[in-house]
Design a protein. Structure first.
Length: 391
């Protein structure tokens, strides 16, 4: 039986072998393993690609979020961490790291429900929470920022989010872990908020050979703060100013990422083509909601979806997943549990109204293989198998 994986990193390596091997060999020759020349080159190239002043390489996407928030606390409050009374709004339908980063920055996460069509945080529900909060006579907390997550590769509604942020004097940290290369109205994701936080985890649209991440920003004050925090908290590591981290990106990872970066746009286009084939092959199946239904909205003309995942939804998700597994087709559930249901956030977070859309998504979503180097025959095969499963 033919096996179709979610991702085939070996195939991608073979496709880029000459570039990657040459990049690694160069590192072996110069032996500058910590903050070597490849790190600076990667920062400059991605800054140019995004259209921002600063990009700072970080050890992981999680640390990119944490250091963004820590730098914002230092800049806006003049202290190392936020207070628990400082609230940061985000989605409950995301990877744990998004909410965890808020806790690690000292603030309190506020979970706001998603738009069921896009799976991204709903600006209307954010505005509702802020309006209700502002009417309290003696509020015991204050919202200071928003972390929108561009889930599955599709942009959040950044115009609405930026307008809300301006009205309430909030910062915006974009979680771009799944959306490198995505666009909102001509602007690359990660260039719109106060900072952008990227992940270079191997499975991402731009992935390394281990953990890695990046912070992007146009803020001339935040950038040096992030650079200090990633190197133990100071410009001079022997005389530091802040509570810092050892959060540098390895030179070797930067070299691999540089080699793979030249293929980013090509691979994103391949992902979009795979999504089109899925849309054609799966269209019209009862009780199967496709991501194309979200793209048919006004968002399609405003955003460039880079399909980190191709995610469908059905009330018979578990049955479908088991059936596909029996047919040799790998799938994943992103995500089976909303953040507000996790033990780590009990007593440490707030909930805005009900989160029924996020909870429903956790019960129904299923991501199908979207390896950029998949051949069309495999996609047709998957569609035929799904069609045979009587949804």
């Amino acid at each position: 039986m033919k096996q179709i994986p979610m991702l085939d990193l070996r195939a991608e390596y073979e496709y880029m072998r000459d570039d990657i091997d040459a990049a690694i060999t160069k590192c072996l020759e110069h032996q500058k393993w910590i903050l070597g020349p490849e790190v600076k080159e990667l920062e400059e190239k991605i800054a140019g690609y995004l259209g921002v002043k600063h990009c700072i390489c970080i050890s992981s996407g999680t640390d990119a979020l944490v250091l963004s928030l820590r730098a914002l606390a230092i800049k806006t409050k003049g202290q190392e961490y936020f207070d628990k009374t400082d609230e940061i709004i985000t989605t409950p339908f995301t990877f744990t790291a998004t909410g965890d980063a808020i806790l690690r920055s000292g603030a309190t996460p506020v979970f706001v429900d998603i738009d069921p069509a896009t799976y991204n945080i709903d600006p209307i529900k954010i505005k509702k929470y802020l309006t209700q909060n502002s009417k309290l006579e003696t509020p015991d907390s204050k919202v200071v920022g928003i972390i929108p997550v561009h889930l599955y590769g599709q942009s959040c509604q950044m115009d609405e989010l930026k307008a809300i942020a301006k009205e309430y004097n909030l910062f915006v940290v974009e979680d771009v872990a799944q959306a490198f290369g995505g666009i909102w109205k001509g602007k690359k994701l990660g260039s719109i908020g106060n900072t952008g936080a990227f992940s270079f985890f191997p499975s991402k649209n731009l992935g390394g050979f281990g953990d890695g991440g990046m912070v992007s920003t146009d803020d001339d004050e935040l950038a040096p703060l992030v650079r200090m925090l990633l190197k133990h908290g100071g410009k001079d590591k022997y005389n530091v100013d802040h509570i810092g981290y050892n959060a540098r990106l390895d030179t070797l990872q930067a070299a691999v990422l540089l080699a793979k970066f030249k293929y980013l746009d090509e691979f994103n286009e391949k992902r979009r083509r795979i999504a089109e084939l899925y849309n054609q092959g799966l269209h019209g199946i009862s009780d199967l909601i496709l991501p194309s239904e979200a793209e048919s909205l006004k968002l399609k003309a405003q955003s460039y979806h880079v399909y980190h995942q191709y995610t469908v939804r059905t009330e018979r998700r578990d049955e479908l997943q088991n059936y596909l597994k029996e047919q040799g087709i790998s799938t994943m559930i992103y995500y089976p549990f909303p953040l507000h249901k996790m033990k780590v956030f009990e007593g440490r977070s707030r909930i805005s109204d009900n989160l029924s859309n996020a909870e429903s998504a956790c019960q129904g979503v299923l991501s199908l293989p979207i390896e950029p180097l998949m051949n069309e025959k495999d996609i047709v095969h998957i569609c035929e198998i799904v069609n045979k499963f009587k949804i």
